[in-house]
Design a protein around this ligand. Structure first.
Ligand code: CUA
Length: 381
C-alpha cells in the first residue's frame, strides 16, 4: 500500500488506517478478513488478511523442482528404495533392449544369405554359453526380487508411532480429519514424522496420489485402505485423484478460487500450530462465514455454483424462499427445512434436470454447520 495519509477507512468496522511514511498502525479487519479503504480521489482499495496456513496452501506446488524427466524429487524417506528399484528395472530394460536388438541386427547382416555361401551346421549345444545365460539372469532376478520384496514390506508396514489422519473421498473432493477433529480439504502433515492415512470413499473408487511421496492408493467405498509416508522436507506439494471417478475427476479437490487441494508438509511445530489455530477458526466463525467455508471444504462447490449457473446440481444463488419444481411434478418451498432435508437425504425431493447423484451428508455436518450452510444460501441474493 502506498505510504501517506491518503487512505481513508470505508467504514467503522475497518477503522484505523491514516498512516504516514515509516509509521506502523494496527488495522481492524472485518470478520471476512477484509479491510476496505478509499482515497480522497475516490479510488477504492482492499487489504485482505489470510490465515498463515492459507498462505501455505496457496503456494505453487513444488514437486517439479529437483526432479528429472521420469519423476519429481521424492520427499518421502522410504521412497528412495522404490525409486532405486524403478531405475534399476529401467536401466536393465534399456541395456537388454539395445543388447538384444543390436545382436539381432548384427547376426542378420553377418549370416545373411549370399550366392556361393553354404550354411554351416548348427552346434548341438555349448556348455559355457548355456551356463552364462542361466546364471546371469538368475542373479539379476534374485537381486530384483530381494530388493523389491524388502522395499514392499517397508512400504506396506507403517511404523506403530504414526500421526493418523482419516481421509474421506467423494465426487469430487477430499476431506482430511485430524486427531483433534479439525477437517480440511487440504492435507496438512508434520515433517520428519511418519503419517498414516486411513481412507474410505462415500461413493465410487477414488485414488489418493501424492507423487512426491510415491504414494498411490485406491480409496474404496465400504472399506478402509491405508497409506503411509515419512515427509523429509517442508513444502507445498501436489495431491491428485488418480482414478477416473466421474465427470469432474480432473477437478477433484478444486476450491472456490480455482486452486487445487494440496499436501502441505509443515516446518517442525507447524502442524501442531495448524491444528490448534484451525480448530479455533472454525469455532469462531459467524454462521454465514462458516457456511461459505463449508461450501468449499465439504466440496459442495463441485456440483453447486453460487453465481446462478446450473452444474451437476442446481445453483444456490437467489433460490432461498422461492418455489422449486420437483421430479414428481409438485413444488416445494426452498426454506430451511428443504435445505436440511436435501443435505441429509438428497434423494428425498429431487429436482428435474439434475442427476440424483448427491451423497448424503448425514453425520458429516454438525447442527451449527447445517445452520451455517443455510445462512450462506440465504445470503446469496
Ligand atoms: Cu476422485 Cu478421480
Amino acid at each position: 500500500m502506498p505510504a501517506g495519509t491518503d487512505a481513508i477507512p470505508d467504514n467503522q468496522t475497518s477503522a484505523g488506517l491514516e498512516v504516514k511514511a515509516g509509521q506502523a498502525r494496527c488495522l481492524k479487519f472485518t470478520a471476512d478478513g477484509i479491510y476496505l479503504y478509499h482515497s480522497k480521489s475516490a479510488q477504492h482499495g482492499a487489504i485482505t488478511a489470510h490465515y498463515w496456513y492459507d498462505l501455505l496452501v496457496g503456494k505453487q506446488v513444488e514437486d517439479l523442482k529437483g526432479g528429472n524427466f521420469w519423476m519429481p524429487k521424492a520427499v518421502n524417506l522410504t521412497a528412495d528404495d522404490s525409486d532405486l528399484m524403478y531405475y534399476a528395472v529401467l536401466g536393465l530394460s534399456i541395456f537388454f533392449f539395445f543388447g538384444i536388438t543390436g545382436a539381432v541386427v548384427y547376426f542378420v547382416i553377418k549370416y545373411r544369405h549370399r550366392p556361393g555361401h553354404k550354411a554351416e551346421p548348427s552346434p548341438a549345444h555349448n556348455d559355457a554359453l548355456e551356463i552364462t545365460w542361466t546364471v546371469i539372469p538368475t542373479i539379476i532376478c534374485v537381486f530384483l526380487f530381494y530388493y523389491g520384496w524388502t522395499t514392499y514390506i517397508r512400504v506396506v508396514t507403517p511404523p506403530t508411532k504414526a500421526v493418523e489422519i482419516n481421509v474421506l473421498a467423494w465426487r469430487w473432493n477430499w476431506q482430511f480429519t485430524h486427531s483433534n477433529g479439525v477437517q480440511d480439504s487440504d492435507l496438512h502433515v508434520p515433517v520428519n514424522t511418519p503419517v498414516r492415512l486411513v481412507m474410505t470413499s462415500k461413493d465410487v473408487i477414488h485414488s489418493f496420489y501424492a507423487p512426491v511421496m510415491r504414494v498411490k492408493q485406491d480409496i474404496l467405498p465400504r472399506r478402509y485402505t491405508y497409506a503411509w509416508f515419512l515427509p523429509t522436507k517442508p513444502g507445498t506439494y501436489r495431491l491428485t485423484c488418480a482414478e477416473y471417478c466421474g465427470t469432474n475427476h480432473s477437478q477433484m479437490g478444486i476450491t472456490n478460487d480455482g486452486r487445487r487441494a494440496v499436501l502441505v508438509v509443515h516446518e517442525p511445530g507447524g502442524y501442531e500450530r495448524y491444528l490448534s489455530d484451525k480448530a479455533a477458526q472454525s469455532q469462531k466463525l459467524p454462521p454465514e462465514q462458516l457456511g461459505k467455508m463449508l461450501y468449499e471444504k465439504k466440496g459442495c462447490n463441485a456440483c453447486h455454483t453460487v453465481d446462478g449457473t446450473p452444474r451437476v446440481g442446481p445453483s444456490w444463488k437467489a433460490t432461498f424462499g422461492t418455489m422449486v419444481p420437483l421430479t414428481d411434478g409438485s413444488q416445494v418451498k426452498m426454506d430451511e427445512n428443504y435445505i436440511r432435508e436435501s443435505i441429509i437425504y438428497p434423494q428425498a425431493k429431487s429436482r428435474p434436470g439434475f442427476p440424483p447423484s448427491m451423497p448424503s451428508f448425514e453425520g458429516q455436518l454438525k447442527e451449527n454447520e447445517l445452520l451455517g450452510i443455510i445462512a450462506y444460501i440465504k445470503s446469496l441474493k
